[in-house]
Design a protein around this ligand. Structure first.
Ligand code: 5AD
Ligand code: SF4
Length: 433
């Protein structure tokens, strides 16, 4: 009988891809089969995120739950960013954990599995880290890493510590992965990196140096590939050449993530983001003028140290001006060993929560207004998910989630859909042809 594996993944798309890689390794080399209930598992992996404090707390409470109800003899491994960041402290706090594997070390999963209390968190430059194995949680879309780590030093962010310096993955490996995914039926690739449009800044070997725009051009030549998405680009690196390629290349999906973080140039400076409010707005304008159908999503942090009422107002003003299609908003959470950890002028907790809800309410208002104008529009949808209630859901080229009545025959198909009813996060429509 095969051994059973349960994986819980928290955090970003990079973590999800790391989980796919570990699952592939464990299936291929150790004969594991993946299951959905941890009580029956022989191995429980928790792949964590440490970007804010809450997921770190969640890790320890989840671990306690796993330990209580797991099968006798089942192993527990902690992987990902919190593993990198806390290392052996995890085993000190939860001594029943069998191993700890950092975000930069996931390729070593089958090694640490057999070493009790192993802690593998070194940040090295082994190219085997790039050679991700074949396991894809969706047959329709392939997540592909194009770089690992981050070279920025945003003062609030723990990622450069957990994922290390930024290294671009050689272009030929990315193109090969994309071709392989397309040959097995995926019509969409989703390129991943902490800072994708900084691609090409540093390779570990002597590859031909190409930038992100050129990588997009080359990938779009793959026959059978219909859609290219990516996350996250950095507003600082959105030069004209990049925006122009984005706008004119029909294979690049017209949705852009532009992490604003704050609408106040003063706060952006304290955050060391490298751009001003004016630069951000200028990039949005250029993007919208070249590509009117583009949808824009963003990340915003409220209550960063020293954020005044006026600074916060500036963030709200940018929101009103840009009318983001989606926001991921957070209250600032001090992270260990980051520069901002030592900033003293902290914003009161309650005021921070108030700002967060003000921001989210404004976003919902703006979104409702915007969504109301979408009724009757026609979108080209790539269907990927079968819902329980006889609906099939997919995304438009510009990343709007749309569902239609239908069955599994629609999965993997691309169809034109007319919008017949509007919800805040999902629209309903009818297939035209
Ligand atoms: N506090 C709050 N939010 C944070 N993020 C990163 N670090 C922190 C922090 N210390 C947010 C940023 C980033 C997103 C992935 O998480 O908005 O873009
Ligand atoms: Fe963190 Fe800034 Fe790098 Fe994003 S660009 S991962 S926020 S340091």
């Amino acid at each position: 009988m095969s051994k059973k594996l349960f994986v819980e993944t928290l955090g970003c798309a990079m973590n999800s891809r790391d989980s796919e890689h570990m699952i592939a390794e464990l299936r291929e080399k150790e004969g594991y089969e993946i299951i959905d209930n941890f009580e029956d598992a022989d191995l429980i992996l928790i792949n964590t995120c440490s970007v804010r404090e809450r997921p770190v707390h969640k890790l320890f409470s989840e671990l306690g739950g796993f330990q209580k109800k797991k099968k006798a003899g089942a192993k527990i491994g902690v992987c990902g960013c919190t593993a990198s960041h806390l290392g052996d402290e995890i085993i000190k706090r939860a001594p029943y954990v069998n191993f700890v594997l950092g975000a930069r070390n996931v390729s070593k999963i089958t090694e640490v599995l057999h070493k009790d209390k192993a802690v593998e968190i070194a940040i090295n430059y082994d190219e085997s880290e790039f050679a991700f194995k074949d396991f894809r949680s969706s047959p329709y879309k392939a997540y592909i890493n194009i770089s690992i780590g981050c070279d920025k030093s945003c003062t609030f962010c723990i990622v450069p510590q957990t994922r290390g310096e930024e290294i671009s993955i050689p272009e030929y490996l990315i193109v090969n992965e994309a071709k392989k995914a397309v040959s097995t039926g995926a019509k969409e690739i989703f390129l991943l990196g902490q800072n994708v449009n900084n691609y090409g800044r540093r390779f570990s070997g002597t590859q031909e140096k190409i930038n992100f725009t050129e990588l997009l051009r080359r990938l779009s030549q793959i026959e059978g590939l219909e859609r290219i998405r990516f996350t996250s680009p950095h507003p600082f690196h959105m030069d004209d050449e990049f925006i122009e390629e984005f706008a004119k290349n029909p294979k690049i999906c017209k949705s852009m993530h532009m992490p604003l973080q704050s609408g106040s140039t003063k706060v952006l400076k304290d955050m060391k983001r490298g751009y001003s409010k004016e630069w951000f707005l200028n990039r949005v304008e250029k993007l919208r003028s070249m590509c009117p159908d583009v949808t824009i999503s963003t990340d915003i942090i409220v209550a960063f140290p020293s954020e005044s009422a006026e600074d916060f107002e500036e963030t709200l003003a940018v929101m009103r001006e840009v009318k983001f299609d989606q926001i991921f908003s957070f209250k600032y959470s001090p992270r260990p060993h980051t520069e901002a950890e030592s900033f003293t002028n902290l914003v009161d907790e309650e005021l921070g929560s108030e700002r967060l809800s003000t921001l989210q309410l404004l976003h919902n208002e703006l979104l409702d207004e915007k969504n109301a104008t979408l009724l009757g529009n026609i979108y080209t949808v790539y269907f990927e998910d079968l819902n329980r209630d006889n609906f099939v859901a997919g995304r438009s080229d510009n990343n709007i989630v749309i569902k239609v009545k239908g069955s599994e025959e629609l999965l993997g198909e691309i169809r034109d859909v007319k919008i017949t009813s509007i919800g805040r996060t999902i629209l309903t429509g009818e297939i035209l042809a």
